[in-house]
Write a new protein. Sequence first.
Length: 111
Amino acid sequence: MRKGILEYCVMQILLRGEVYASDLIEELQQANLLAVEGIIYPLLLKFKHEGLLTYEWVNSESGLPKKHYQLTDEGKQTANLLADELHALLNTTKAFEAKSVNDKPETNQEK
């Protein structure tokens, strides 16, 4: 499940526009979603092979080129579909939580 959430969060970050992998990694680490940065590169490669993102090499301030990632139109559609699915799933889990709270049997202390 955590992998799916990571994929979702990466796509949401990429929805904002072009991003360097190092910036993506930093944001995910700050959110405690990424312990090892090496996991991000296979995920980005997977997205590229699926046609969800593209990249271009851009010279950085240090002079070394860095990959600049961005979602394709298909990637944007996929990110939005994932968001819809996640929101539906969250609504479903909230409904179960509400039912669990409302249907708790009374204990002797509550009587």
